[in-house]
Ligand binder design. Structure first.
Ligand code: DAT
Ligand code: MG
Length: 151
């Protein structure tokens, strides 16, 4: 039972639509631990680095424009199995295929406006956390509820 970290981001549409609290709540209520949080205007170079694996895709330029079009909310969540669990909470990339009950399934309709990002592996969780946060911006702490979440 390895503690992992995942990088979660409310994309500009989620911020503009007033969904920040709703999205944070879902991870909070599940029981994961928040270790980083900031509102941030993403520079183009960082967006390009974050999505470098998609560089050859036709939608890459519009994806970069979208992610840099307004502030995003950057978060790091920690816990056992947090990477896969967060992906389940988020739902499928295409919101029309995302299950009801997931963030995208409940709150979005189009792939190009799918309101939230989540790391797809523990390795990328680490890579993206280091990309979006400086060391002093992360907090190590023990939530008071910890013994009531895990025996
Ligand atoms: P996810 O965000 O579910 O991990 P991904 O890593 O494959 O999905 O793609 C990153 C983002 O790129 C995705 O959230 C929205 C955009 N994207 C992916 N596939 C797309 C497509 N076919 N058309 C338009 N945008 C797409
Ligand atoms: Mg992805």
């Amino acid at each position: 039972e390895q503690v992992e970290q995942t990088y979660i981001m409310v994309k500009p549409d989620g911020v503009q639509r007033g969904l920040v609290g709703e999205i944070i709540s879902r991870f909070e209520r599940k029981g994961f631990k928040l270790t980083g949080l900031k509102l941030f205007q993403c520079p183009k170079e960082l967006a390009e680095e974050h999505y470098k694996d998609l560089k050859t895709k036709s939608f890459y330029p519009t994806l970069i424009d979208y992610i840099t079009s307004g502030p995003v909310v950057c978060m790091v969540w920690e816990g056992v199995g947090v990477v896969a669990s967060a992906r389940k909470l988020i739902g499928s990339t295409n919101p029309l295929q995302a299950e009801p009950g997931t963030i995208r399934g409940d709150l979005a309709v189009q792939t190009g406006r799918n309101v939230v990002h989540g790391s797809d592996s523990p390795e990328n969780g680490k890579r993206e956390t280091a990309l979006w946060f400086k060391e002093g911006e992360l907090c190590e702490w023990t939530p008071a509820q910890a013994p009531w979440l895990m025996e």
